[in-house]
Design a protein around this ligand. Structure first.
Ligand code: ADP
Ligand code: ASP
Ligand code: MG
Length: 813
């Protein structure tokens, strides 16, 4: 014989009930079928009763809804010619229920005893209707009221089962019963004297387990709306998957710590009889689901699942001389027990100066009051502080029988949480080491679950959540590269890149599941109005793990937000030079924040676009090298200009061409004046551990003063034309010495300068082509022959690939 239990969603409507009956009908052997109330009905019953007891006449509306759900089910499941008997029974039950609501309304109160009676109607009605529907299908069925079988204490709301009487009743009934299918209401029971009680919310699972154990059946099937017990709540963790096989202990720990799929007391009755449990999905019956037995394969993963409980409060008791107070713990636990408060987690510092308890938030005030009263005398003497309450907490727990034989699991747990800025308030690890739990802020639950799931179950595939600002030239190329590389990165680097948000100066969009990169233009165009603060707020609110803010703009206001991102442990990747080349203090602040909040701040593309210049420098320094001198040609724009500026060509025309082909900043003076190069050498000097500012950099501009003083592009170009002769002279002087003109940046002995130089043949800079950049690092390890980085140093495609490389670097941290 088997016991099957179908939950609220499985029997929520006639269509689902048809599925249930189909599953039942396919069983060859005798079965006991325990059913829940139609989905949502228990909540509605209790809500209606509470509204009525509150003297609010709108209870009638919710009663009508209850009535309609049941009558509609009868009408849909039973042919019209056969309906009348069933309808009249259901109506008569509903009338009794209405009388209870009226009573609550008139009295203006709802006793726990009445609440149980009201709640029992959900299962009583559903089991009756489903049994009638089964009979109509020709299934050999009888309905049995569980209240006649399961006997309990008077503890209303969550009564204690009298197993002796219950087991005897179950055996007696089923021994005599000849019907193939017995349908029973879950959740409901009664006292010895016949008063209705319930087994606690979610208790239909328990009903099924009690019957299964009493009859010592072959197995118990819990049919629900998911395909088993998952590695984490599938509603919060998309990547969660069903656990194939799990032990009773593990299932019990997971359910105790919030995996609602099984009501915690359910395991106990079947455990002693070693009756296996299957957790199956009514909506995907062919899926094997989860198998729960005494032992599982010893080679199984150490962590089986992650669960969490919300609405937790922390109660902390502190006092310098708690150690000396006799029976301190005993008094504390006793008073909480007397108040009926369940302690979910306890931690105590070894100094015994503080003890911290996690309890349900709803009980927090009662707990504080009771504790402060019990220790009133010690509090008055200053030996103990009044209890401190912190609400809005949650508990997350890692569960697994094999955790004890693995080292470093808690380290891994806390470091992955730490990296994502999840603050841990308290930690507990049971001596059995089947569970490590941590108390965190409830706002971090989703992020924490996903982070831990990624660390323990996803073969180290890390999801990087990108928030991208700036979708111009560089931004567009960057998005293209992500689209092309997504699959490769997932497979080869175990990185899952997801663009969660996009913004330009006009609009912004957010999509937690990722913006569709095939159609991002249209999606962004339809987005909401862009705002830098709004963007930041939304990123914070989403609170996703491994978040990266990507700045593809050249905008100062955007760079002003980096600090806020870093403070929220959100990595910043930018090609925008402003932040790193502004005041030293600002640059240093960002570096410090990055370290403090464990959030990478990467800006490789600030110098030499996609070339690994800053990364090379960082690696040299990290490995103990010391930079003596840096010589570099760092301006793709100036290279383009001086490579094309020859005899017989006008300097003005070359600059114009460079601007038109996108080799200069929109304002070409920034490049021609050398300011852009100065910013780059400044960043390299700073990255080589020097405190230096832009004003400290010597800039011998080759531009005439008049050109430097212009304020519009038009005036600037006009001045270039006017001073044509001076430019021709520059060229002629270099050519006479067989040299080429290059705009060189140099850093040595703490001093930096930039300016035009004559480069002789044979020099590393002489043959620099097109917009190439070159950097020579002279260090302790490379004193004579420098370490050279050379290649394309400008252009949207290479810049985008540099940003891409920084994003990957974040992923590998
Ligand atoms: P039923 O009405 O069938 O008793 P419940 O709603 O009580 O179903 O339990 C099933 C729900 O439990 C799932 O829909 C899911 O949202 C939730 N749940 C929480 N944690 C887990 C988990 N680890 N595995 C599966 N489901 C879980
Ligand atoms: N109907 C009850 C509840 O919603 C019991 C159950 O469904 O398991 O809590
Ligand atoms: Mg349930």
């Amino acid at each position: 014989m088997q016991v099957l239990k179908f939950g609220g969603t499985s029997v929520a409507n006639p269509e689902n009930i048809e599925r249930v009956l189909n599953i039942v009908n396919h069983k060859a052997q005798k079965v006991a079928v325990v059913v829940s109330a139609f989905g949502g009905i228990t909540d509605l019953l209790l809500h209606t009763a509470a509204v009525a007891a509150n003297k609010d006449l709108t209870y009638k509306e919710s009663f009508e809804e209850i009535e309609k759900r049941h009558l509609d089910a009868v009408k849909a499941l039973i042919p019209i010619t056969e309906q009348s008997a069933t309808l009249s029974k259901v109506k008569s039950e509903l009338n009794q229920l209405e009388t209870l609501f009226q009573g609550a309304y008139l009295l203006g109160e709802l006793s726990p005893r009445t609440a149980d009676i009201v709640a029992s109607y959900g299962e009583l009605l559903s089991s009756f209707i489903i049994a009638e529907a089964a009979k109509q299908k020709g299934i050999d069925t009888i309905r049995k009221d569980s209240r006649e079988l399961i006997k309990t204490s008077h503890g209303y709301g969550k009564a204690t089962v009298d197993f002796k009487a219950t087991n005897a009743n179950c055996k007696a009934f089923f021994e005599k019963n000849t019907n193939r299918v017995v349908i029973l209401p879950g959740f409901v029971a009664s006292t010895e004297s016949g008063e209705t009680t319930t087994l606690g919310r979610g208790g239909s699972d328990y009903t099924a387990a009690i019957i299964a154990a009493a009859l010592d059946v072959d197995d118990l099937e819990i049919w629900t709306d998911v395909s088993g017990m998952f590695t984490a709540n599938p509603k919060l963790v998309k990547q969660a998957f069903p656990i194939e096989h799990i032990s009773y202990q593990e299932a019990m720990e997971l359910s105790h710590f919030g995996a609602k799929v099984i009501y915690p007391p359910t395991i106990q009755p079947v455990l002693s009889k070693e009756i296996p449990i299957w957790v199956k999905n009514t909506f995907e019956p062919e899926h094997p689901g989860t198998y729960i037995t005494k032992n599982t394969n010893g080679k199984a993963k150490p962590v089986k699942g992650i669960s969490h409980i919300e609405k937790i409060a922390l109660v902390t008791l502190e006092g310098a001389s708690m150690v000396g107070i006799p029976g301190f713990s005993k008094r504390l636990f006793e008073v909480l027990f007397q108040e009926g408060i369940n302690i979910i987690l306890i931690t105590q510092a070894s100094s015994e100066h503080s003890i911290c308890l996690a309890i349900a938030e709803a009980e927090a005030e009662t707990a504080k009051k009771a504790i402060d009263e019990v220790f009133a005398y010690e509090i008055s003497l200053g030996k103990v502080e009044p209890a401190i309450l912190e609400k809005g907490q949650a508990i997350i727990a890692l569960v697994g029988d094999n955790m004890k034989s693995h080292q470093g699991l808690s380290g891994k747990m806390f470091s992955s949480l730490g990296k994502n800025n999840v603050n841990i308030r308290a930690i507990a690890q049971g001596a059995s080491e089947k569970n490590i739990s941590a108390v965190i802020d409830k706002r971090d639950v989703k992020k924490a679950l996903n982070t831990l799931h990624e660390s323990f179950f996803e073969d180290n595939v890390r999801q990087l959540n990108l928030f991208v600002t700036g979708v111009g030239n560089v931004g567009e190329k960057f998005l293209n590269q992500i689209r092309q590389q997504q699959d490769y990165l997932k497979e080869k680097l175990r990185l899952n890149l997801r663009v969660v948000a996009l913004s330009n100066s006009r609009t912004m969009v957010f999509a937690e599941d990722g913006v569709d990169l095939e159609n991002w233009h249209e999606i962004l165009a339809k987005g909401e109005k862009a705002s830098l603060d709004g963007f930041l707020d939304k990123v914070r609110e989403l609170n996703l793990r491994n978040s990266i803010f990507v700045d593809n703009t050249a905008n100062e206001a955007v760079s002003d937000k980096y600090a806020d991102y870093l403070k929220n442990s959100i990595a910043v990747v930018t090609c925008n030079k402003i932040a790193c080349s502004s005041d030293f203090d600002k640059y240093q602040e960002l570096k410090d924040l990055s370290r403090k909040y464990n959030a990478p701040f990467l800006f490789e593309t600030n110098v030499g676009a996609g070339l690994p210049i800053i990364d090379t420098l960082k690696n040299l320094i990290a490995s103990g090298d010391n930079v003596r001198k840096i010589q570099a040609v760092l301006s793709g724009s100036l290279n383009f200009v001086f490579n094309n500026f020859k005899e017989g060509v006008s300097f003005h025309d070359v600059v114009k061409q460079a601007q038109e082909e996108g080799y200069t900043e929109p304002d070409p003076k920034i490049d021609l004046s050398g300011v852009d190069v100065a910013r780059k050498i400044l960043i390299l000097a700073r990255e080589s551990k020097n405190t230096i500012d832009l004003k400290d950099i010597e800039n011998e501009s080759f531009l005439p003063k008049e050109s430097l003083d212009t304020s519009t592009n038009e005036d600037f170009f006009a001045s270039l034309k006017k001073h044509e002769n001076e430019f021709n002279t520059l060229y002629a002087e270099a050519a006479a010495k067989n040299c080429r003109l290059k705009y060189v940046a140099q850093f040595e002995d703490g001093r930096a300068k930039v300016g035009l130089q004559h480069i002789p043949e044979g020099h590393d800079f002489y043959n620099l082509e097109g917009s190439d950049n070159i950097v020579l690092f002279y260090t302790d390890r490379y004193p004579e022959q420098p370490l050279i980085v050379k290649g394309a140093g400008a252009g949207a495609e290479v810049t985008a690939s540099g940003i891409f490389a920084d994003v990957i670097r974040v992923g590998k941290v």
